[in-house]
Design a protein around this ligand. Sequence first.
Ligand SMILES: C[S@@+](CC[C@H](N)C(=O)[O-])C[C@H]1O[C@@H](n2cnc3c(N)ncnc32)[C@H](O)[C@@H]1O
Length: 291
Amino acid sequence: MSSFSFSVNPHLVLRKTAMERLKYRIRRFQHTLGMAPAGWAGGFGGVKGYLSADTDTSDLGLTGQALADVKRESENYIVKYTKDLEAIPVDQLKHTVQFQILPIVEELINRGLTHNRIADVGCCYVRINKTLIDKHPNVVWDVVDFPDSLHEINAGVLSPNMNLIADYPLDWLKATSTNYDAVLFNRTLAAMPVSEFRRYLRILKTRTSYVVFNEPGKILFLDNDLDIDSIDPACPLRMSIWNTHNYRKVFEEEGYEFVHYDAVRTTHHFSAPQHFVIQGIARPIGSSASI
Ligand SMILES: C[S@@+](CC[C@H](N)C(=O)[O-])C[C@H]1O[C@@H](n2cnc3c(N)ncnc32)[C@H](O)[C@@H]1O
């Protein structure tokens, strides 16, 4: 992997090209006639708009039925996800959306770690991460996700420097006292409501040098550019199963500062393109970590 340079985009806007705008208009017109290709019709249907304000400030996290629901969804997801990923030839893995976090993490590793320890929250099937985990055997990874089947599913991709934990990641982080160089959220913050996102940031503030994220910014089915900084942090934009958060504002409100923040085009390996991933590295304000 080549080196990655860090920079903070002062105003994050996901922009459509003129061709993409034109294509959108044609597809939208076809859609009104009931003639849009299936993927586009489904995509237009997935635009849910801005969510109503999430004012939950409790630190408790998911419990009861809410926890059972997320766990069941996660269990269903990992089965489908593993099948999809297994179908991708090894030499194509670098073109997946989830791979796009790895050059950032590798750059952090190359600049020097303190604890030699990384956590991945919502790891799912770790075939992609394994490429980096195996490359740096001195760095220990704690990879954690909900499914009871996590060990069974990941049995073929284990590494000596990887601890696989099947648990609710927030509860698990609360119960351990490990300090990390980086805690990763790879397409995981977008799967959460803001209240849950904030809970992770609060617990991680004294536990990690950096939080690193790589989250979808889908604009294909929107008519215009998307100004991420103008999103009300309490009301993310909902697209199918994904929330587009105002990451800058949420991190800042929770006492973090960015050392990297930008969006890049996705590599479109999957049939439903994400269009952009929003990527960042944040550190708790006042931390001594420097890169
Ligand atoms: C789209 S998958 C991403 C999997 C993997 N990180 C990747 O990029 O390929 C979203 C993951 O987020 C996890 N997740 C959902 N809600 C979560 C929460 N509240 N806390 C932690 N993980 C959560 C799910 O279990 C699921 O594995």
